[in-house]
Design a protein around this ligand. Structure first.
Ligand code: NAD
Ligand code: UFG
Length: 450
């Protein structure tokens, strides 16, 4: 008897994880009245929801009692309990035959700064990541380090996210359940000098990915947006309903992609999309193995300070000390990259559980001035950071910090790490890896598990 997946896909078992209370739905489904030898079901946990689908024939050979209506549900529950009693790994299903089905979370640009830290947070949360990266702004040496931190090899496919055929193949081969899209260029100044490079890569990679996801039937996406979409904000703290604008081509690509995703969700409600507007991610994993590794002269404050502290650059140029702020220097919402990574896991959980379209700020809600960051870094590193006051940098705003309450409300997430931890972890990364990933023996891409 052939399986009719249309029937089985409608079946669901819901669970209250805390209490292990299981409640089977769909008892009236004709499938449950079929002879036991016809089929069994596998369970997949998506967020806190269990979904069932046909597994294979001959379930009774594995000791599941299947002698009447409701028994298939019992078999599934037993499978699920087995899963919990064994090592609890979300999105992995163990069959009694020894086979394992793993659903992956795909991280485009996962070898980069934020993607690599999110990879760690995903593994800790029980997910299985797979990375796609073309290493245009990262280094394969991050992969063995991720393995060292997480204790498992992270599958990685080298390629361009704009290549929809390649991406469709990856999505299918790894049974990708959801995608986190980090891939893109991010240097504001470079985007002003080379706008087409930014429009081409950021928009083409988003389009290629969305086409591939549509073809592969995967419609759950977390997108890396930025506080840059607020342009020059009229007030602080910024809430998600503030007017959006752009002041450079990089910011324009983020704005266009946000609009593209909103249109897609309107056209097809099956899409579940989280747009995450990052404020200023800084810091590193506390182990000092992974961190921000900018090529050339750093554009951003924290990596620049780190390079001054480690002796690679003579002094920090402070862009403006005549802003209407606590000490005249620019104020930003610095957020530890691991808090940001955990925000991604919270967003993924929410998407898999509720399947909605949401847009949230990921920030701490606290502003720090340039000089406050310099002092905190000096304290964390024990090194002096000489500063030279310069004119204001074109395009900078005086203050930019988030109202993060919507993320707390919708995702149950909030940033926990202090500025001192951000500086301490950034310093550990910088001092242990003065030349970033480029120092030492060249590392090969860790072969994928397939
Ligand atoms: P990153 O440059 O360290 O990481 C991006 C990764 O994407 C790199 O590994 C790069 O090699 C890869 N990549 C770029 N284009 C690609 C393509 N076409 N195909 C495959 N791989 C490609 O940057 P990050 O700091 O980790 O930022 C990640 C995302 O977050 C970006 O979209 C960025 O715009 C956004 N963001 C970053 C910040 C920040 O301050 N770091 C702030 C707001 C938003
Ligand atoms: N700054 C200096 N000297 C430097 C670098 C920066 O004084 O060498 C100052 C800037 O003037 C600003 C503050 O430090 O007042 C922070 O500057 P960054 O360049 O680190 O960060 P931005 O807030 O300008 O921009 C960053 C990302 C953008 C992103 C934005 C909001 O670079 O891509 O955060 O998320 F859009």
């Amino acid at each position: 008897m052939a399986f009719n997946s249309e029937i089985y896909n409608d079946l669901e078992v819901r669970t209250d994880l805390e209490g292990f209370h299981l409640e089977a739905e769909g008892h009236d489904d004709p499938w449950l009245k079929r002879p036991a030898t016809d089929c069994c079901a596998a369970l997949l946990m998506t967020g806190r929801r269990l979904q069932c689908w046909p597994l294979f024939r001959g379930a009774e050979r594995r000791g599941n009692r299947n002698d009447g209506e409701g028994r298939c549900a019992e078999a599934r529950i037993r499978l699920w309990r087995g899963l919990i009693e064994g090592r609890f790994l979300r999105h992995q299903i163990y069959f009694s035959t020894g086979a394992v089905i793993i659903q992956h979370i795909l991280l485009t640009g996962g070898a980069g700064y934020i993607g690599s830290h999110t990879c760690v947070a995903l593994v800790h949360a029980g997910y299985t990541p797979v990375i796609v990266d073309n290493f245009s702004n990262s280094h394969p040496a991050v992969l063995p380090r991720l393995r060292q931190i997480t204790g498992q090899a992270i599958a990685c496919e080298q390629g361009d996210v704009a290549d929809a055929a390649f991406m469709t193949d990856v999505l299918r081969r790894y049974r990708v359940q959801a995608v986190m899209h980090f891939a893109g260029y991010k240097a504001v100044g470079e985007s002003v000098a080379q706008p087409l490079k930014y429009y081409r890569n950021n928009l083409a990679s988003m389009l290629g990915l969305l086409e591939a996801m549509t073809a592969a039937g995967c419609r759950t996406l977390v997108f890396s947006s930025s506080a840059t979409v607020y342009g020059d904000p009229h007030a602080v703290p910024m809430t998600e309903d503030f007017p959006r604008s752009h002041t450079n081509p990089y910011g324009h690509t983020k704005l266009m992609i946000e609009d593209m995703l909103a249109s897609l969700c309107r056209a097809d409600p099956a899409w579940a999309v989280a747009v995450l507007r990052y404020f200023n991610p800084v810091g590193a994993h506390p182990g000092g193995l992974i961190g921000d590794d900018p090529s050339g002269i750093p554009n951003n404050l924290m990596p620049y300070i780190s390079q001054v502290a480690v002796g690679k650059r003579p002094q920090l140029q402070v862009f403006g000390n005549d802003y209407p702020t606590v000490d005249g220097t620019g104020v930003r919402d610095y957020i530890h990259v691991l808090d940001l990574a955990e925000g991604h896991v919270a967003a993924l959980n929410a998407l898999l559980e509720h399947g909605q379209h949401l847009t949230v700020n990921l920030g701490t809600g606290q502003g720090h001035s340039v000089l406050q960051v310099v002092r905190a870094f000096e304290q964390a590193s024990g090194r002096e950071v000489p500063c030279q006051i310069m004119p204001r940098r074109a395009g900078d705003v005086a203050q930019c910090y988030a109202d993060p309450s919507l993320a707390r409300q919708l995702l149950g997430w909030q940033a926990r790490r202090s500025l001192a931890e951000m500086c301490g972890d950034a310093w550990r990364w910088q001092s242990q890896n003065p030349d970033g990933y480029r120092f030492g023996a060249p590392a090969a891409v860790v072969p994928s598990r397939r």
